[in-house]
Structures are given as structure tokens and as C-alpha cells.
Design a protein around this ligand. Structure first.
Ligand code: SAH
Ligand code: SF4
Length: 426
């Protein structure tokens, strides 16, 4: 069993990357003030909480199962709902713990049905205002995908990514990662017997959230243990029940952790490739200086369980005049030869202050055609939720955004409408 969350927090903080890291990684909260919430804990974490409530060892397994079922199957908010737990134990738990979720600071619903929640994690003391993160829900007709964050901000500084410009970074705990899924289920009425909202598209499926992508803020393989433990909770068949085949972990290419991710997390894998030459990829994804394309692709070839039915997704952001030529497309196909792969072309999502622009539609189509002719499915990812800055790479906490907006306004003399108008173009 893995260590409980509150002692495992931020254990895998990234080692400093020469010339890449911009701020020290601050550590995650150890203990929230007052009663601690159990929502989001692993089975090991629940067992430890029950032990602290003096539940005898011989009952522990059974009590963990009960709590787990109430939390992750029914989405309980209150110990009083747990009718198969004795009154005495419920009172004890109530005195020590809560089932609170992180605070939802704001909810935005895009005109395409995408929802973005800004969540604030519990404060750890008077000096901590509580970390803020964003989680995005993308409904389609037959599925609903939740885009989860693994860190507050990101240390990796990819030049086209808004998240990478956030200064303060810390790992999320496993509990905070699972809590994002619980909040989404709360807000979408995605628990047995709960009511679905009527103000936007919810898929015509049993589950409003059927898939998870670890594509929000942060580099999941720099927070390995917490991501692994959280996905264990998310995929537990007696609880949240999202099968590992419906969980995709996206990495910018942390080569030494890829095999381990296959063994210990077992999700689907997506690689943020974005360039076919090391000189360009060094610029777009600076981590490439440490783990160049050849090493990255070798690690992909060795990823366990690959087959034509279980492919690696290669993400490729379309940057106008940067990486979008016919020659780039042909080289992409050549590089991926022999790897069961899908190629996902992502139109670049602009953000205030970026130096890049999205390739025009004809260019994307032409690129996609070359890839398609070479035998790859090459879906172009439709930008979702651009009007609420919820699309890939646009995530950044509200406070950071307000600061950036104030800076931009001061520098350029334009009003806030002008800054955001630039991205509200569809
Ligand atoms: N850190 C991980 C996962 C989060 S980013 C990674 O980099 O893979 C999720 C995806 O969004 C990545 O493929 C990333 O390269 C892409 N992305 C980042 N900024 C973007 C932008 N402005 N427009 C389009 N895609 C972007
Ligand atoms: Fe971090 Fe991914 Fe953004 Fe790069 S693209 S800065 S790895 S979140």
C-alpha cells in the first residue's frame, strides 16, 4: 500500500533542470486547519484516518470499504448518510473529519457546453490563501471528458503554453487530484440519484464524466506518486470506476518515468511532441534539451501493452510558420514508424502576450492529409471552451490572470476587453 496522502505530499518534486526551472517548488499542505476532509483519500489514507478514530484493526478493512463506497460510489457529503455505519462511529468521524470538497471559486460554462471550475484548495494556515487550480469538463454527445490538473502551475516553461508562465508551482496531493473529479461529479449531478444540470450539454451516457485526461495544469510525471495514487482511486471498480483505458496521461516527455508510468499507472499515454527536430523542440519544449526526441521515441516504443488497439497519442500543436510545413508532416510520419500511434493535431490556443499564432485552416488540413495518407488517424482537436479560456494551454489561476491582465493593461494602455477579446474569437 502507498503512503497516506498527507505525508506523501510533494515527495517527487522535480530536480532542478538547468536553465528550465524558474521558481522553487513549494511543498503541499501537510494538514488543513481544523477538521481534515476525507474526500479524495486513497484506501490507505482512509485506513489511517479510521485508525486515528480508534477503529479496531480487525474492523479496519470493512470500515474502509464502507467509507470508500459512500464517498466514491454515492458521493456522500455527510456522515449521516452512511446508514450502515454505527451511530457511534459516525459521531466520532464527524468530530474529527469532514467530507468537504475544495471550494469552487467560480464556474464558467462556455457556449459549446465546456465547463471550467476554478477551485481553491483548503488553506494550511494564516499565510496560505489556498492553492488555486482549474479543472475543465468537455462534453460530447456520447462521452464526457474531465481535464484534470496535476500541479499548481508547471515548472517546464514550454514557450507556447500559458500554464508554464505561472511563477509559483507546487505538486497537488493525490487527495487534491481526486477531489477535482468529485467536484465535477457534484456539479454535474453525476452520482446515483442526483440531478443533472439543465444549463448546458451533458452527454447522453450513463456517466456525465466517462473519461479523464491528465492535460490540465502541470506535468503529471513530475508528480508521479500522487498522480499514480489518485488514478488508483479514480479507477477503483467499487468507487469512481473510470477504467484505465479511459484515462490518458499526457507528458511533455519525462523519459525516465515513462516505463514506470506504464507499469504503475497503466493508463493510456499521450506525448506532447510538437516538433520533429531537436533544435525546434528545444525551443518549444525545453525539457527536450534533457531528453531529446530519439530517447523519447525509444521510451515510447518500450511502453508496455502497446498494440493497434492501444496506441500512444502524439500531440502536435499547430504553430503558424513554426512547425507546420509539409516537410514537418512527412518527418513526423517517418519518426513514428513502428510505434502504434495516433496523431492529434491541436490548433494553437492563443493567450494574452504569446508570440505564436495558430496555423490557418488550410495549412492544418494539408498537414492532416499528409499524416492521414501515411495511415494515421489524424483528428484535429476542436478547440473547446476558448471563450472561457478553458482550451489546452490556456489554464492559469484567476489571480495570476488578473495580475497578468493588470500588467498588460499598464503596458499597452488597452482595456481588459481588448486583452480577452483576442482569444474570444470563435
Ligand atoms: N504537461 C503535460 C500535460 C498538460 S498540457 C504536457 O505538456 O503534455 C496538455 C496539452 O496541451 C499538451 O499537449 C500541451 O502541449 C498542450 N498545450 C499547451 N499549451 C497549448 C496552447 N496554447 N494551445 C494548444 N495546446 C497547448
Ligand atoms: Fe507544463 Fe505541459 Fe504547459 Fe509544457 S505544455 S509548460 S509541460 S503544462
Amino acid at each position: 500500500m502507498h503512503a497516506p496522502e498527507h505525508s506523501a505530499a510533494a515527495t517527487s518534486a522535480p530536480a532542478a533542470l538547468d536553465g528550465i526551472e524558474k521558481a522553487p517548488l513549494i511543498t503541499a499542505p501537510v494538514q488543513t486547519a481544523g477538521r481534515r476532509s476525507l474526500a479524495g483519500l486513497t484506501r490507505a489514507g482512509l485506513a489511517e484516518a479510521l485508525r486515528a478514530a480508534e477503529v479496531p484493526e480487525r474492523e479496519l478493512r470493512m470500515r474502509v470499504s464502507q467509507l470508500h463506497h459512500w464517498l466514491y460510489h454515492y458521493g456522500a457529503h455527510d456522515f449521516s448518510e452512511m446508514l450502515n455505519v454505527s451511530k457511534h462511529l459516525r459521531a466520532k468521524l464527524e468530530a474529527l473529519y469532514t467530507l468537504d470538497r475544495p471550494e469552487v471559486v467560480s464556474e464558467q460554462v462556455s457556449k459549446d457546453g465546456t465547463r471550467k471550475w476554478l477551485m481553491r484548495m483548503p488553506s494550511t494556515g494564516p499565510l496560505d490563501k489556498g492553492a488555486e487550480i482549474e479543472t475543465v469538463y468537455i462534453p460530447e454527445s456520447d462521452r464526457g471528458t474531465l481535464c484534470i490538473s496535476s500541479q499548481v502551475g508547471c515548472t517546464l516553461n514550454c514557450s507556447f503554453c500559458h500554464t508554464g508562465t505561472q511563477r509559483l508551482v507546487r505538486n497537488l496531493t493525490a487527495q487534491e487530484i481526486v477531489a477535482q473529479l468529485m467536484v465535477a461529479r457534484d456539479r454535474l449531478g453525476d452520482w446515483p440519484g442526483a440531478e443533472r444540470p439543465t444549463d448546458g450539454l451533458i452527454p447522453d451516457a450513463e456517466r456525465a464524466v466517462s473519461n479523464i485526461v491528465l492535460m490540465g495544469m502541470g506535468e503529471p510525471l513530475y508528480n508521479f506518486e500522487n498522480v499514480r495514487d489518485a488514478m488508483e482511486v479514480a479507477s477503483d471498480g467499487e468507487g469512481l470506476s473510470i477504467s484505465k483505458r479511459r484515462i490518458t496521461l499526457s507528458t511533455s516527455g519525462v523519459v525516465p518515468e515513462i516505463a514506470r508510468a506504464g507499469d504503475e499507472i497503466g493508463s493510456m499515454l499521450a506525448i506532447s511532441l510538437h516538433a520533429v527536430r531537436d533544435d525546434l523542440r528545444n525551443e518549444l519544449v525545453p525539457l527536450n534539451k534533457k531528453y531529446p526526441i530519439r530517447e523519447l521515441l525509444d521510451a515510447c516504443r518500450a511502453y508496455p501493452g502497446l498494440s493497434n488497439a492501444r496506441r500512444i497519442t502524439f500531440e502536435y500543436v499547430m504553430l503558424d510558420g513554426v512547425n507546420d510545413s509539409d516537410a514537418d508532416a512527412r518527418e513526423l510520419v517517418r519518426l513514428l514508424k513502428g510505434i502504434p500511434a495516433k496523431i492529434n493535431l491541436i490548433p494553437f490556443n492563443p493567450w494574452p502576450g504569446t508570440k505564436y499564432a495558430c496555423s490557418d485552416w488550410e495549412r492544418i488540413e494539408r498537414f492532416s492529409e499528409i499524416v492521414f495518407r501515411a495511415g494515421y488517424a489524424s483528428p484535429v482537436r476542436t478547440p473547446r471552451g476558448r471563450d472561457i479560456l478553458a482550451a489546452c494551454g490556456q489554464l492559469k489561476s484567476e489571480t495570476e490572470k488578473l495580475r497578468a491582465r493588470a500588467r498588460l493593461m499598464a503596458e499597452s494602455g488597452i482595456g481588459a476587453e481588448g486583452v480577452y477579446g483576442a482569444v474570444s474569437d470563435d
